[in-house]
Design a protein around this ligand. Structure first.
Ligand code: SF4
Length: 235
């Protein structure tokens, strides 16, 4: 198989039960990484045997299964049972984590406070840092007045590297990210020492539900199919 074929699970034409990644006797198409990336698969297997990874992966898998009801019942349908905040609390408890880091956006102050209160009610210590922490003016990263949200005003930058360093400095066991902007979230993940999960992602237009746009991509958001749609109507 050509090395130039890029892995393409998103374009897989097979139904779930026909797929080799789901069904041992299944099939794959020409860009199927289960078929084309066998050496990488073997290399990865070894990674899961590392002490620091093995228990994490095992508990994450147990947590995944526990989020379904109807398991093991004859002819029963699986059904979801746990919201993500519960999943996070349970996983953190399974791992024996005590000190959790919480990074959140200033636009979600109320939610950040609520999450911290809930985590504390569950017996965790919480270290939190908001996006504007450190109050470094945007000019320091080369932002012009016309590139600010509030043009002409003092505007601190989002500071995901400092958010990460504050959590690192407090030696958090596990971090939770909520509502960080695109790009700022990526920088936080890059600099955080502890593993990080995401409770919610920011989407200013949809009440933080980016999939809402996908569900309407063939109706109200059909502009998504037009190359360069970002420049349509100046938005
Ligand atoms: S691993 Fe192969 S079979 Fe599974 S979704 Fe990807 S392309 Fe399809």
């Amino acid at each position: 198989m050509s090395k130039n074929v890029l892995p393409d699970c998103a374009g897989c034409p097979l139904s779930p039960m026909e797929r080799i990644c789901v069904n041992r006797n299944g099939k794959g198409h020409k860009a199927c990484p289960t078929l084309t990336k066998k050496a990488l698969t073997e290399e990865t297997r070894k990674e899961y045997q590392k002490e620091e990874v093995a228990e994490f992966a095992r508990q994450a898998s147990i947590q995944e299964a526990e989020c379904y009801g109807g398991r093991g019942e004859k002819d029963a349908m699986l059904y979801p049972t746990k919201p993500r905040i519960q999943e996070i609390c349970e996983f953190a408890s399974k791992m024996g984590y005590r000190r959790l880091g919480l990074v959140f956006c200033e636009g979600l102050l109320k939610e950040g406070r609520l999450i911290a209160q809930i985590l504390k009610a569950q017996g965790f210590e919480v270290v939190s840092a908001v996006c504007k922490v450190g109050s470094i003016p945007k000019e320091e990263i080369g932002i012009r007045q016309d590139e600010k949200i509030c043009i002409g005003e003092y505007e601190p930058m989002c500071n995901p590297i400092l958010q990460a360093k504050i959590l690192n400095d407090s030696e958090t066991d596990f971090n939770i990210a909520m509502g960080l902007c695109v790009g700022h979230d990526a920088l936080f993940f890059k600099y955080a020492d502890a593993p990080t999960t995401v409770l919610a992602v920011k989407d200013r237009v949809t009440g933080h539900n980016p999939l809402g746009v996908l569900y309407t991509a063939h109706s109200y958001y059909s502009k998504l199919w037009i190359k360069g749609f970002q420049s349509l109507h100046g938005t």
